[in-house]
Design a protein around this ligand. Structure first.
Ligand SMILES: Nc1ncnc2c1ncn2[C@@H]1O[C@H](COP(=O)(O)OP(=O)(O)OP(=O)(O)O)[C@@H](O)[C@H]1O
Ligand SMILES: [Mg+2]
Length: 338
């Protein structure tokens, strides 16, 4: 099976309101997919259809090879779901909640307890197994919810904003877990507003806006596309103004272990495509300079060559690329792309 999820014209309307409009999407098997979009874009509604919690108004989808309308029970057996709002029984303990879930999926009594122990240890919540859910913190409940969704080893795990409100350490624990589950072969569908999280974890990203899928690609390609688009805009603007010096720059930052001599710095400063050079000469040196990407594609290489020629021992090089956040804002703020 090549795709864990395939949707075709998947649509959900509430009265006249189209929450999800003809969603066409293919999510690769065994990948981590990130679902982004502003509040009310239709992410949770899409996930609810794919997890058979609500019926589509029209269109179809296959999840793990099964049709969501014709074979909902097969779909349910193949998926796990951590909902946006934790849905656990408040008057039961953590372990009792997970145990109920295991019984729902018919997990063999002989392996059930061991499996629950293993998972609780994995997300570090075993210490709180006998606590009532109503006495737990948000992060603890989130971990119980994750364990409950995993007891039956689902092929596909849906996580709807799983790390919202979690402290940085707990977030990292969950990110590691998501990565680990994926390494074991689980497909992960991750809804999130955390761009760093999505950029770090996801192979592909879909951006929804007002019920439409407005972008679908790898994080890097989305960022590269935005960069190209910006470049073209700059080029057009420059041509309109008859001014080719309208520059789109990338900030290049180089750390060197030793001091850079004045001639080297001067040479970089005097290049026609560098601007705004800043150098700090603490124990080690940092040189930061804006390099014109538009008129000089190899500008960064030339700066590096000059540093090396001048005897600089480089310990790190970094550039500022557009972030996924820039892509998100560009695609969801100025109306839709299609
Ligand atoms: N049961 C419902 N009845 C009517 N409208 C609904 C219902 N459920 C969702 N909607 C509407 O559908 C739209 C999409 O909602 P959805 O929950 O899918 O958004 P989302 O992308 O998950 O947003 P968020 O990032 O805030 O979680 C919203 O405008 C919402 O008000
Ligand atoms: Mg949502």
């Amino acid at each position: 099976m090549k795709y864990a999820i395939e949707t075709k014209n998947l649509t959900k309307s509430y009265g006249d309101f189209l929450a999800v409009d003809k969603l066409d999407m293919k999510i690769k098997n065994k990948s981590i997919f990130g679902f982004l979009g502003p509040n009310g874009a239709g992410k949770t509604t899409s996930i609810k259809m794919l997890t058979c919690l609500i019926k589509p108004t029209s269109g179809t989808a296959k999840v793990s090879g099964y049709d969501i309308e014709k074979e909902p029970n097969q779909v349910r057996n193949k998926i796990g779901m951590v909902p946006q709002l934790v849905s656990l029984y408040k008057d039961l303990t953590a372990r009792e909640n997970i145990s109920l879930c295991a019984d729902y999926y018919g997990i063999d009594k002989n392996i059930k307890e061991e499996r629950i122990n293993e998972l609780m240890e994995l997300v570090d919540i075993k210490y709180a197994e006998d606590k009532l859910v109503k006495q737990m913190s948000g992060g603890q409940k989130q971990k119980v919810s994750v364990v409950a969704s995993l007891v039956h080893s689902p092929d596909i795990l849906f996580l709807d904003e799983p790390t919202i409100g979690l402290d940085p350490t707990t977030k990292t624990v969950l990110w590691d877990l998501i990565q680990e589950l994926n390494d074991e072969g689980h497909t992960i569908i991750l809804c999130s507003h955390d761009m760093y999280e999505v950029d770090k974890l996801c192979e592909n990203i879909g951006i929804m806006n007002k019920g439409h899928l407005v972008a679908f690609n790898t994080p890097q390609i989305l960022k590269d596309d935005l960069m190209k688009e910006k470049e073209n805009n700059m080029k057009n603007q420059a041509q309109d103004n008859g001014n080719m010096n309208n520059n789109l720059t990338i900030e290049l930052s180089v750390m060197v272990d030793n001091w850079l001599n004045d001639e080297t710095i001067k040479e970089i400063e005097n290049l026609s495509f560098t601007y705004n050079l800043r150098s700090s000469s603490d124990d080690e040196g940092r040189l930061t300079v804006d390099v014109d990407k538009f008129s000089h594609k190899d500008g960064i290489n030339e700066v590096i060559v000059i540093i090396l020629k001048g005897g600089g021992i480089i310990s790190s090089i970094s550039t500022t690329d557009p972030s996924l956040e820039d892509v998100f804002v560009s695609l969801t703020s100025n109306g839709m792309k299609k």
